[in-house]
Design a protein around this ligand. Structure first.
Ligand code: IVH
Length: 695
C-alpha cells in the first residue's frame, strides 16, 4: 500500500481522534485502548509540527486546557500532609481522650478546661485519595496527591477537571455560614481533602468497563485514585469524581496569621469560600461519650451512605490545643482515625512457632491454614507475646480470626475456640525457656510483655541485625541476601557489621554457591556502601524504635555522628517528635559498651565514612527568598543554602519574592514585605525548609 500523503494522513487522524473522543467522553465506551488512542494523538501532533502548512485551529490537538501531561512532576510541600493514628476499637477512642487530657494537664495553664469547653469535632473518614489544592491570591494554581506527605505528585491539570474543585475563590470576605464570615483568603492557601467516587458512579464506571472487556476497579477508592493519577487529564475529566475538603494546610505560627481559632470554624470558612464540606456528617462532640455515639451512629448508617467511608476522624477542636499537642512521627497528637472493623477472616492455627528478632525479642507466630484477607494470602500471623496469647486463649488447633489492617503485619485477633474443649485443641502455649537458635536462657524483660534471648552472641539476633544493616533502606549492600549472610555468620567470617568491610573477593568466592563473578559484585556493593548518609547509618544500626523517619529527624537535628553519640537522653527529648522511649533507646545504645564497640569498629581505619545529611533535594525549588536583619548564620551561607535547594535569592522586595527571612533588627524590607503580602518567616523556619540543620 502506498504511503498516504501527510495531508491525507493528518485529515484521517483528525477524523479518527474525533470519532474516538465521542466514544470515550460522551458515551463512556471507548473502542480502543488508552495506549492506542495516545499513539494516534502523538502521531497527529508530530505530523502537525512537521507540517505547519496544514494548521487547523479546530484540530483535536488544539483543545485547550486538557493537554496530556508528560509525567507527573513532584510537588514538595512545606507543611507536610500528615497521616493519622488509628483506633480499631471503641476503647482506643477512650484511650485517645485520656491521653490527650493527660498531655494537656501536663502542660498546665488550664488547657484541659479548654478541651472541656470546646471538645472535639468528629467527621466521617472518606475512603478516597488524599489531595492538596493550592490557591494563590484566590486562584487555583496547584493540585497534588499526598505522596509521602512531603512530596506528592503534581496532578494540577487533572484536579482542574473535577467539578467540585473551585478554580477561584472570593478574594474579599465572603458571605457567612452559620454566623461565620469567611475572611479574605491569604495570598497562599493550601486546602486538603479527599477525592472520591460515589458508589453509584463507581458501579456505572465498572459496568462500562466490563462491557468493553477492560479490567474493573476493585473499589471506589481505587477507581478515584486511578482516575486522578492519569497522565491524560481528559481521562480524569471523563470520570465522575467528587471532592470533600476537611481542612487547610496553614500553619499560623509560620504565616503569623491565624484564620480561625477552632476546626469547626475552619470548616465553615472553607464552606464560605465555596469548598464542598461534609457538614451533614461532622459533629461537635463535647465529651468522648458523644464521640462514641457519633461513631456508632455512622457505623450503623455506613452502608446507606452514597459514598464509602472507612471510619471517623476525631479532631481536637481548639487550634490553640492542637498547637500545644503537636505531632509525633508524622501524625498529629490532636487527631485520630477510628476505623470500622477492618478486614478479617477465619482460619485454623496449625502450629505456633517463635522467631528471634534483631534485638533478641522472641515473638510467637501462628502458622495458619492459608487464608485470603483483603486480597492477600496470609500464612503466618503474629501473636505478639505470651500475655496476649493467654488473654485470648489461643492454641494450636483453634479456629481464629486474623486481621490485616492497613499496612501492619497480620495478627490473630481472636480465637473462636477460646475457653472451649474441642478435639484437636492442644494445651496452652508456653514460651520456650531457651532460645530456639542459641539455646541461651530466655528472659522476660521486667515491665514489658516481651521475652528476649539473653544470649550475648545469639546467632539468630546477629543474623537479623546484619540483615537489617545491609537492607535497601539502610546501608543498601545489593546482593547480600539472607542466605549469604547466614553462611558468613555460620562460618565465623562475620559476626558484626564491621566484619563485612574486611571481606575480600577471594574469601567470598571460596564460599559455597558463590562464584567469582558474584563475589566481585558483592565486593563492589560493599565498597559502594562505605559512605552512607548519617540518617541511613543511624537507621542501619537498628536501635530499637528508631525507624527511617526518626533516623532522619535525628540526623537533621544533630548534624553529625559525633553529635548524636554525645547526646544525652534529656537533650534528645527536646527534639521535636522524639519521645522518652526513643531518647532512652538512642542514648542507651550509644553509651553501651556494645554500641560503642560496634560504631567504633565501623569507623576504625576508615571502614566506613559517614556523610552529613544532604539538604532535601529541591526543597526550595522555584521559590524566591529575601533576607533582612541579622541572621545567626552568615548571610552568604544562607544564600548558598537557597541555591543548593533549588531556590532563588532576591535582591529587594518585589511581588516575585515568596519568603522574607527576618533576622534580628530587621530593616525596612520587613514592613514593605508585609504590605506586599510576602510571607515572613524566621531563620529557624528557613533552616527547616532547607532540609534541617545547617552543617
Ligand atoms: S484529617 C492532620 N479528616 O485520611 C489531619 N483526614 O490518615 C490529617 N481522610 O489520607 C487528616 N477523611 O486524606 C482528615 N475527615 C477527614 C478525612 C481524612 C479522610 C484521609 C486523609 C488521609 C487519611 C489520614
Amino acid at each position: 500500500m502506498p504511503h498516504p500523503s501527510p495531508k491525507s494522513r493528518i485529515e484521517e487522524l483528525r477524523r479518527l481522534i474525533r470519532y474516538h473522543n465521542e466514544r470515550y467522553y460522551r458515551e463512556d465506551a471507548p473502542e480502543i485502548s488508552d495506549a492506542e488512542y495516545d499513539a494516534l494523538f502523538r502521531e497527529l501532533q508530530k505530523l502537525e509540527e512537521a507540517h505547519p502548512e496544514f494548521f487547523d485551529p479546530d484540530s483535536p490537538t488544539r483543545r485547550v486546557g486538557a493537554e496530556p501531561v508528560e509525567a507527573f512532576g513532584t510537588v514538595v510541600r512545606e507543611i507536610p500532609m500528615l497521616s493519622l493514628q488509628n483506633a480499631f476499637r471503641e476503647e482506643e477512642l477512650v484511650e485517645f481522650d485520656a491521653r490527650t487530657r493527660r498531655f494537656l494537664r501536663g502542660r498546665g495553664h488550664g488547657l484541659e478546661a479548654i478541651l472541656d469547653a470546646r471538645g472535639y469535632v468528629a467527621e466521617v473518614k472518606i475512603d478516597g485519595l488524599a489531595v492538596e489544592l493550592v490557591y494563590e491570591n484566590g486562584t487555583y494554581v496547584r493540585g497534588a496527591t499526598r505522596g509521602d506527605g512531603v512530596r506528592g505528585e503534581d496532578v494540577t491539570a487533572n484536579l482542574r477537571t473535577v467539578p467540585d474543585v473551585p478554580l477561584s475563590i472570593p478574594r474579599k470576605a465572603a458571605h457567612s455560614v452559620r454566623g461565620v464570615i469567611a475572611p479574605a483568603p491569604p495570598p497562599y492557601l493550601s486546602v486538603r481533602g479527599e477525592v472520591y467516587m460515589t458508589k453509584a458512579d463507581f458501579r456505572d464506571l465498572n459496568r462500562g468497563r466490563e462491557r468493553l472487556g477492560e479490567p474493573v476497579f476493585a473499589n471506589p477508592r481505587n477507581a478515584a485514585a486511578g482516575s486522578v493519577r492519569q497522565l491524560d487529564p481528559r481521562v480524569t475529566a471523563s470520570r465522575r469524581l467528587r471532592l470533600w475538603v476537611y481542612g487547610t494546610g496553614q500553619d499560623p505560627s509560620k504565616t503569623g496569621v491565624s484564620l480561625f481559632t477552632h476546626h469547626g470554624e475552619e470548616l465553615d470558612i472553607l464552606k464560605g469560600w465555596g469548598f464542598p464540606v461534609n457538614t451533614e456528617y461532622s459533629r461537635v462532640c463535647r465529651t468522648v461519650d458523644e464521640v462514641l455515639s457519633f461513631y456508632r451512629e455512622v457505623e450503623g448508617r455506613k452502608d446507606a451512605l452514597p459514598y464509602e467511608i472507612d471510619g471517623i476522624v476525631v479532631k481536637v477542636d481548639a487550634v490553640e490545643l492542637q498547637r500545644e499537642l503537636g505531632e509525633i512521627s508524622r501524625s498529629p497528637r490532636w487527631a485520630i482515625a477510628a476505623k470500622f472493623s477492618p478486614d478479617r477472616a477465619e482460619t485454623t492455627v496449625e502450629d505456633i512457632i517463635v522467631s528471634v528478632g534483631r534485638t533478641g525479642t522472641i515473638t510467637p507466630v501462628a502458622v495458619l491454614s492459608p487464608v485470603v484477607v483483603r486480597g492477600v494470602t496470609v500464612r503466618r500471623a503474629t501473636l505478639h507475646n505470651q500475655d496476649l496469647i493467654d488473654e485470648k486463649d489461643i492454641r494450636v488447633g483453634d479456629r481464629v480470626v486474623v486481621q490485616r489492617a492497613g499496612d501492619v503485619i497480620p495478627e490473630v485477633v481472636e480465637s473462636l475456640s477460646a475457653g472451649k474443649k474441642e478435639p484437636g485443641r492442644e494445651g496452652p502455649f508456653r514460651m520456650p525457656d531457651r532460645c530456639p537458635i542459641c539455646s541461651s536462657p530466655v528472659e522476660r524483660i521486667p515491665g514489658e510483655a516481651a521475652h528476649r534471648c539473653t544470649g550475648k552472641g545469639c546467632v539468630g539476633k546477629r543474623k537479623e541485625s546484619l540483615r537489617h544493616f545491609v537492607s535497601k533502606d539502610a546501608m543498601d549492600i545489593e546482593g547480600m541476601g539472607p542466605k549469604i549472610l547466614s553462611a558468613l555468620v555460620d562460618s565465623g567470617l562475620v559476626s558484626e557489621p564491621a566484619d563485612l568491610y574486611d571481606l575480600d573477593a577471594q574469601t567470598l568466592a571460596a564460599m559455597e554457591r558463590l562464584g567469582d563473578r558474584s563475589a566481585g559484585n558483592l565486593i563492589r556493593a560493599i565498597e559502594k556502601s562505605r559512605t552512607p548518609t548519617l540518617s541511613r547509618f543511624l537507621y542501619a544500626l537498628g536501635i530499637p524504635h528508631v525507624g527511617q523517619h526518626l533516623s532522619e529527624v535525628l540526623a537533621r537535628h544533630s548534624g553529625s555522628l559525633p553529635a548524636v553519640r554525645r547526646s544525652t537522653r534529656e537533650e534528645l527529648m527536646e527534639v521535636h517528635e522524639i519521645g522518652p522511649e526513643v531518647a532512652e533507646a538512642v542514648s542507651g545504645f550509644f553509651s553501651s559498651e556494645e554500641g560503642k564497640r560496634i560504631v567504633d569498629r565501623l569507623l576504625d581505619r576508615g571502614r566506613i565514612k559517614v556523610r552529613p545529611e544532604p539538604p532535601r533535594e529541591g526543597s526550595m525549588a522555584g521559590k524566591t527568598f529575601l533576607f533582612t536583619g541579622a541572621l545567626e548564620m552568615p548571610r552568604a551561607k544562607a544564600q548558598e543554602l537557597v541555591r543548593k535547594a533549588g531556590g532563588i535569592v532576591a535582591a529587594g522586595v518585589s511581588r516575585k519574592v515568596d519568603f522574607l527571612v527576618a533576622g534580628a533588627d530587621p530593616g525596612s524590607k520587613l514592613a514593605k514585605a508585609r504590605k506586599t503580602g510576602i510571607k515572613v518567616i524566621t531563620e529557624e523556619d528557613f533552616v527547616k525548609m532547607a532540609g534541617g540543620r545547617v552543617p
